[in-house]
Design a protein around this ligand. Structure first.
Ligand code: ZN
Length: 64
């Protein structure tokens, strides 16, 4: 059973699609984009693939 890939955030088994993220030199895996996003947020990790994403597009539902 050590074969199964487990989400590094919620601990659920990961299905056909795996979301990966590089963190501190190691790679972590997630079951869904939501888990990846939360992990990034908690650990202050930037996804370099999205470096060019528009800065004004986030925090849309945020109350200020
Ligand atoms: Zn998960």
């Amino acid at each position: 059973m050590s074969d199964s890939t487990i989400c590094d955030l919620c601990g659920l088994k990961i299905g056909a699609q795996v979301w990966k993220l590089k963190a501190a030199g190691s790679e972590v895996r997630f079951c869904c984009e939501g888990c990846k996003g939360i992990y990034q947020m908690l650990n202050d990790i930037d996804d370099d693939a999205d470096a060019e994403a528009s800065p004004n597009n986030r925090g849309e539902g945020e109350k200020s």
